[in-house]
Design a protein around this ligand. Structure first.
Ligand code: HEC
Length: 144
């Protein structure tokens, strides 16, 4: 029993950390999930938003300029929008898992870090879309 106490304390700390509101900077999806999301994206979305996510004359880009639309909102807003409105010609036609994986892919291509835990459709509400700390970009060369 003596060795059990520290273990329990560590588990408690983990639980407390997980309960705190997370942001998109906290590694809220995995690389494997983003990879699955990419496959879904190429199948269902790229015909309009393009394979590079830059969009075309009719469909908006899903990188860069797209982010301010969702800034500081819970990630569930983006999910709900995609789930109810996309693909434009067949809204709601994908599974919950597929839409969630696509959100993970959108985070990845917009430069947000991946982590150890998959994005879960049930916790999107507690994750804030954070663009106050801009995702990593190529470093500017140092000037004096
Ligand atoms: C048939 C073409 C088409 C397909 C397929 C399509 N979209 Fe769209 N998408 C659009 C258009 C057009 C808009 C702009 C809608 C508007 O302004 O009301 C849009 C808007 C969006 C937005 C909002 C962009 C912003 O700046 O906030 C997101 C996010 C999005 N689409 C994601 C997706 C995803 C994910 C898929 C695949 C599951 C998908 N779309 C499939 C045409 C499409």
């Amino acid at each position: 029993m003596k060795t059990l106490l520290p273990v329990l304390i560590v588990i408690n700390l983990f639980a407390a950390g997980a309960a705190e509101a997370a942001s998109t900077m906290d590694g809220v999806y995995t690389d494997a999930q983003a990879q699955r999301g990419m496959e879904q994206y190429l199948q269902h979305c790229s015909i309009c938003h393009s394979a590079s996510l830059q969009g075309n004359n009719e469909s908006p880009p899903l990188v860069g300029r797209f982010m301010p639309d969702w800034a500081d909102a819970p990630l569930s807003d983006l999910y709900d929008y995609i789930n109810s409105a996309m693909p434009l010609d067949r809204p709601g036609s994908l599974s919950t898992a597929a839409y969630t994986d696509i959100v993970a892919y959108l985070l990845k291509v917009n430069g947000f870090p991946s982590g150890q835990t998959e994005l879960d459709s049930n916790t999107l509400q507690s994750i804030r879309f954070d663009i106050s700390r801009p995702p990593s970009r190529p470093r500017q060369s140092a000037t004096h």
